[in-house]
Structure formats: C-alpha cells, structure tokens
Design a protein around this ligand. Sequence first.
Ligand SMILES: Nc1nc2c(ncn2[C@@H]2O[C@H](COP(=O)(O)OP(=O)(O)OP(=O)(O)O)[C@@H](O)[C@H]2O)c(=O)[nH]1
Ligand SMILES: [Mg+2]
Length: 423
Amino acid sequence: MKILTFTGSSPSEALKKAKAEIGDEGMLIETKEIRKKSLGKPALFEIVIGIDGNNIKTTYPSRHKPLQEQKSLKQESEDVLFDISNAATQISKIANVTDPLYEYNPASQPSALREPKELKEIKSEINKLGDKVKLIQNMFWDEKSPKLENQIPSEFAEIYRLASKSGMNTEHLDEIMKITLEHMPLKMRENSGTVKRYFQTLLRKMIPTRREDTPNTGSKKVIMLVGPTGVGKTTSIAKLAARYSYLLEKNYKVGLVVLDTYRIGAVEQLMQYARMMKLGIETVVDPPEFSTALNSLRYCDYILIDTMGSSPYDKGKIEKIYECLDANNTEYEIDVALVMPSSIKYEDLQLTYDNFSSLSIDTIIFTKLDETIGFGNIFSLVYETRKPISYFSVGQEVPEDLIDAKSDFLVDCLLNGFNRSKT
Ligand SMILES: Nc1nc2c(ncn2[C@@H]2O[C@H](COP(=O)(O)OP(=O)(O)OP(=O)(O)O)[C@@H](O)[C@H]2O)c(=O)[nH]1
Ligand SMILES: [Mg+2]
C-alpha cells in the first residue's frame, strides 16, 4: 500500500484533488486540520490516502519505473508473503493509522465526515447486532464445528464460514484465522465488514501469481502445458496462441508443438487451430525429435507445446514428457505450466501436483473456474506449493475465456463467488 497526502481548504476539496490524481481507488486513512481558519486565511486540511500499488493510475508519476529497475518475473512472485504473521503484522501496521469505516468515496465522504456522533454510535450498535444475528445463523452451518470455531468472535463468524465453505484446507484456514485474531487491531474488529476487508487483504498477499511478460527482441518464450486428461490443455494452448498472436500490444510470432502424436485426434484438434490462425506446427513422437521441432520454429517469439493428457497414476506418460524435456539440447529454457481444473477438491489437486512435480513445474494454470463454486482448494494448493498461478481459464470460448492471473480476482472468487462480469 502507498500512502499519499492531499491538502485543501476543506476535506472535500482535498478529496477532490485526490480523486483527480488517483481516481476512485483508495482508502481514507486520516483527516487533519493543519491550520484553523483565521482572518484573511482559509483553513487548511490534509487528508492521508492509502492506495494499493496495483490500483494507482498510470498517470501517477511514482508508478513509472525505468525498465532496468523492474524486478524479474521470478522475483516478483517471490514477493508474495507466505509467512502469514508477517503479512498480518504489515497490514496491522497500516491499520493502526486507518479508520476502515471511512473508505475513500468522494461522493459520500463529506457527509460521512459531518455525521453526528450519536448517529455513528447507533450505526455501530446496529452493525454489532447484525453480527450477532450472523453468528447465530452461522452456528447452524456445520454440526462438526471445528475447535477454533468456538473461540471465534461474532464479527469473524461470517468470514470463517465463507472461507471454509470455499473448500480451503481446514488447517490452512485455522492457521490464518488464528494469526488474524492475534494481529488484528481492536478498532478493526468493529464489524464483519472491516474484518472481511482485513482478511481479503491478508489472503491477497498470500497468493503468488506470475505476471505475464513478453519476450524481448531476439529472445523467445517456450511454454509447455502438462496435466491430467481433459483438463483443457489444448484449449488453453489455442487461447494462448491467439492471445500472443493478436491480443497483446504487439503481434508475436507463435509456433506450436504437439507431443502426443500416438493418439488419434490429438494432433488434429490443435492442427485446426493452427490452420485458423496460420501458425507453424510440429509434431513429436520420440524424445530425440523434440529439439529438432524447437529448432525448426526458431523464427517464432513464442513456442507453445501441447502434451498428452496423463492420468496422475500413469507414470509412463509423464516419464515420456520428462524424456523430451531431458533431450532438449537447444538453448531455450522451457517454462512448464501444470494445468489443473478448479473443479476438483484440494486433496486431488495435491495428488496431481505431486505426480507431475518430477517435471519441475514453474507455474500453474487453473481451468474451468466457470464450473465451480468454491475456490479455497486453489488457494490452499498455491499456499502449500508456493507455485505462482499464471492464467485462469474461465470457459470454453477461444480466445476470450483466458485471463492473466491476479490475486485480487482469486480472493474475490473465494469470498464472493465467480462473476463473469469481473473477468
Ligand atoms: N467450462 C469449461 N470448459 C473448458 C475450459 N477449458 C477447457 N474446457 C473444455 O474441456 C474439454 C477438454 O478440453 P481439452 O483442451 O481438449 O483438454 P486437454 O487437457 O487437452 O485433454 P486431453 O488432450 O485429452 O488430455 C473441452 O470440451 C473444452 O472445451 C474451461 O475453462 N471451462
Ligand atoms: Mg489435448
């Protein structure tokens, strides 16, 4: 979070300036009267706004970093805070100066600031009552109430229920809840709304995502998709091919490789996409042909490799992919993306991950987000494996149903459900 200050002769004037500079994103942290109105001199107010680094408008000067100062992709994903208590402490530090009840909203802010004390107290009492009602409702959601649930204050009950309904591993949830309870400043506990916001920020900090980068001139990105059968590898390859060829700022040259030439139809499916998009395509049956295929696509900026779907128990097929990777004697580094559907439970994701881990997974692509209601399984897997997510696939349509992974989006799905309009 970045802290910015704005001044004006009234809080609303300062807010107007803030809005012009950073838009609607941001949270009002503090309003101070720096100078009282006196003869001939207007009053001077200062407001302090906290803004999420990702939300700062491109026009805001501090956003622009020279290219050489930007971190590499790997570094970027390492910034994610897996250490929950560290994340919680950081958020709490910000929260100590934050009154989260006053979210920055230029339309409502000036009247909120003038709100009489009694009205604020009544509102706060109503919020507390609302939380008590939620607690009673939530007492019915699970008969086998976990140990921690008994110690959870009423304001936390709703968020606890939402997160555990999402399919998040119970141990992970209890661990995060415990730390949240320990670190959350008292004044943020006032109602379930502020608790939810705190929890959302904490989860966001714990989800590693891989920022999409594009190859520099002369370099190349080679991406191999691996994973169980029918999870959407070939469809994702087609979406990625279209994305890199036509949908980014620059049109990149894309080539395709198919490793699965034994199975009838496997090549044909991708061949059709290659024809439609006029892309070069190479097929590989045996590992020694793999380097030849890569070399013959050396004119491409991106090489996307589709592989045969393997049941997590079919070690033979995974071994074959391993042999191809091992036989790679080109200078290209291969980025291995494990494709998994979000519609399977955490334990199955874990089993699949373990079975494919011999291929040195670099990133994870989750598919079929449109076919599931809980997203805690995804959270728990990346929390446990610490592998960044690179893309989400949210439907069957090529190319539009593929999105660059953002932790905000996943947390929103987790707590509020998948919403196509937010993609
Ligand atoms: N609803 C939904 N369907 C998807 C998504 N991604 C892929 N599919 C569908 O899943 C089915 C299988 O997709 P493929 O791309 O052939 O899967 P694959 O992993 O290549 O399968 P194999 O090559 O047999 O291992 C197709 O009907 C796709 O349209 C998604 O994000 N959402
Ligand atoms: Mg396929």
